[in-house]
Design a protein around this ligand. Structure first.
Ligand code: SAH
Length: 254
């Protein structure tokens, strides 16, 4: 008898940020299929005798092709296992959960989606940065930063939004994000924050200006996973940043 698959968001890493429903899925699953960004603390909540597959994708490194992941989920569900497909953050925010849902539905399998706390929201919370704030930012746009090169984004339109921009997967392309937004008309003085490993014990928060974003990432050796928040709301942050604009020589602010 085929079983369904739960596409479960594991949140940003801190197990306390799992939803009760996610925890229940993890504990009741008969097979867990998990990604690279699911933290060790969360993996330790899977009962020891539950079989599991790692299907992670290392950025710019080895990865499990998406088609292989989908095939695996389908095979497991068709064999009758109750499958928990565990993903970092929220499954439907840059998580390819939509693709997996489509394949599973096409295979005639029931799918349940359990939302998780996406890294953008967790990073705002971790750094005390409200992503929207009355009279400062009336909106927030979530963007993929890894495609900056391909100019898929409408940079001039983004610059004109005058609200908070949150870039996922943008560490490697931070210089390009900086250049494209400034070329699109955004002030180089716009505050930016880089939140590395939000919610994990090794979390770091850096702050600077858009004109120094690339330098900030480079100087501090920021590694993935990290998130970039751009906009005036960054100045409302209620934490001590590890690195501040004043510590770094950015050159001329555009
Ligand atoms: N579905 C996930 C995003 C997957 S894309 C979600 O909703 O959060 C992977 C990107 O998410 C990383 O490159 C990084 O930009 C961001 N990310 C994931 N976990 C993070 C964390 N703990 N701290 C900061 N950024 C994180």
């Amino acid at each position: 008898m085929p079983q369904g698959v739960s596409l479960v968001g594991a949140g940003p890493g801190d197990p306390d940020l799992l939803t009760v429903k996610a925890l229940r899925c993890i504990q009741q699953a008969e097979w867990v299929v998990y990604d690279r960004l699911v933290s060790d603390d969360i993996l330790s909540l899977i009962p020891a005798d539950t079989p599991r597959d790692y299907v992670g994708k290392t950025p710019y490194g080895p990865f499990t092709p998406q088609s292989t992941i989908c095939e695996r989920l389908i095979v497991l569900a068709q064999r009758g296992y109750r499958v928990c497909r565990l993903k970092g953050g929220d499954p439907f925010v840059f998580g390819r959960g939509g693709e997996e849902q489509l394949e599973l539905v096409q295979a005639g399998l029931p799918v349940e989606v359990v939302p998780g706390i996406s890294a953008g929201f967790a990073s705002g919370a971790a750094a005390g940065i409200p992503l929207t704030h009355r009279r400062v930012s009336q909106g927030v746009t979530l963007l993929a930063g890894n495609s900056a090169e391909s100019l898929e984004h409408q940079w001039t339109a983004l610059a004109a939004l005058n609200h908070t921009l949150v870039f996922y997967m943008g560490v490697k392309q931070s210089q390009l994000i900086q250049q494209n937004l400034i070329a699109g008309g955004m002030s180089g003085a716009t505050p930016v924050a880089v939140i590395e490993r939000a919610s994990l014990p090794t979390q770091r928060a850096l702050k600077g200006a858009l004109s120094g974003l690339g330098a900030l990432v480079e100087t501090h050796g920021v590694t993935t996973p990290a998130l970039i928040i751009i906009g005036e709301v960054v100045d409302l942050a209620q934490i001590e940043f590890e690195a501040l604009l004043s510590e770094i020589n950015y050159g001329a602010v555009a």
